[in-house]
Design a protein around this ligand. Structure first.
Ligand code: NAD
Ligand code: GLY
Length: 351
């Protein structure tokens, strides 16, 4: 088992291994006394792994009840959030109890946000089961739900007490969902690790999944340790996300987060060069890696549609918006763009 320690407002360990889900109860006992557990999962993941996790937790003395919701981004909603809060209250969950998120980024973001607000905060644990959740969303404490106006507009920074990534769960992941997680992996290489980017150019992510996940978690850990609340450096982790979130919104969530981020990175890279924000065009590095991992690099929405959908982005201040763009190979920078220049930036990036 590989471990990465995070030292943010809470200290916790990200455990990365293969085939330990049936002994998750023992692992949890190392960080949390027996208590009541609300196991939160979507229907697909619960059907695959719910009983295994429940049995292991129960065998170790935890008293488990489960909340299972329909899979998909639509479930990261205010309505579902409220239902889980009520479920916790109806099951008399107290401040010393625990929420466990078993699933992808949707489950983790939603459960984390419930944990951050129920009784003003209860412990929660992440058991990520998608590539995206293992390399990104389960680590660093960003929790959120979507509002009708846009993605992740309601949320909190709230760290889990532990993360348990069992790579064996990735064997049941549809290929497309596996690939979507690769977008966030490529993001890490682009923003701050040239060696890792070169590794991704030459090697298969799937064949090296455990060490790739560990490297991504280390990079994220370092950024989060230095800037947990995203006052500066952490914004780099949003490379591809401002335009990506706009793509998700324009598609009514039918384009997945990972695919949208892939397209967002491609547009930001080209747009930065074509508008003179970056001196070099790194598209010839980025696009082949995205394509090699079966990720899209463009979309049919117009610059105007994407611009309008970007305006509610969290990285917008009154008249500027922070955009992340490549500066050097394996190094991104944060650029404050006047809001009125964003449409042209996207236009240039789409061409
Ligand atoms: P997801 O949670 O919807 O999972 C994708 C699909 O895979 C779902 O249908 C799910 O049922 C299925 N699935 C999950 N694990 C499986 C397994 N092991 N086997 C078979 N099927 C499985 O989506 P995601 O791509 O994991 O996460 C996307 C979400 O993460 C978005 O809402 C995004 O905003 C959020 N996100 C958050 C952060 C953060 O820092 N908090 C970072 C990146 C993304
Ligand atoms: N996924 C971006 C972040 O955690 O900051």
């Amino acid at each position: 088992m590989e471990t990465v320690k995070v030292s943010a407002s809470k200290e916790y360990t990200v455990n990365i291994g293969t085939g330990f889900l049936s002994s998750i109860g023992e692992k949890l006992r190392e960080i949390k006394n027996v208590c009541r557990v609300v196991l939160v999962s979507d229907d697909t993941v619960f059907a695959l792994y719910g009983e295994k996790v429940k049995e292991s937790l129960t065998n170790c003395g935890y008293s488990v009840c489960e909340y299972v919701f329909p899979h998909g981004e639509e479930s990261k909603s205010f309505e579902n959030y409220e239902k889980i809060l009520n479920f916790c209250a109806e099951n008399s969950i107290t401040r010393t109890d625990l929420l466990v998120a078993l699933g992808g980024g949707v489950t983790g973001d939603l459960t984390g946000f419930v944990a951050s607000t129920y009784l003003r905060g209860v412990d929660f644990v992440q058991i990520p089961t998608t590539v995206l959740a293992m390399v990104d969303s389960s680590v660093g404490g960003k929790t959120a739900i979507n509002l009708k106006s846009g993605k992740n507009l309601c949320g909190a920074f709230y760290q889990p007490i532990g993360v348990f990534a069992d790579c064996e769960t990735l064997n049941t992941l549809p290929e497309e969902t596996f690939n979507e997680g690769c977008a966030e992996i490529i993001k890490y290489g682009m923003i701050c690790d040239k060696d890792f980017l070169e590794f991704l150019q030459k090697n298969s992510i799937r064949d090296n999944i455990e060490c790739v996940i560990k490297r991504c978690v280390e990079i994220k850990r370092d950024v989060v340790n230095r800037d947990e609340f995203e006052n500066g450096e952490r914004k780099l982790l949003n490379f591809g996300h401002t335009i990506g979130h706009a793509i998700e919104k324009c598609s009514n969530l039918s384009i997945s987060h990972g695919n949208a981020v892939a397209i967002g990175m491609a547009i930001a890279t080209k747009g930065a060069y074509e508008t003179g924000v970056s001196e070099e065009d790194f598209s010839d590095v980025l696009l082949p890696i995205l394509k090699k991992n079966n990720l899209p690099t463009t979309c049919d929405f117009s610059a105007e549609e994407l611009y309008k959908a970007s305006l509610k982005d969290k990285k917008r201040s009154f008249d500027t918006i922070s955009i992340i763009v490549p500066d050097k190979l394996g190094l991104c920078k944060i650029v404050k763009l006047p809001v009125e220049e964003l449409q042209n930036f996207i236009e240039k990036g789409l061409n």
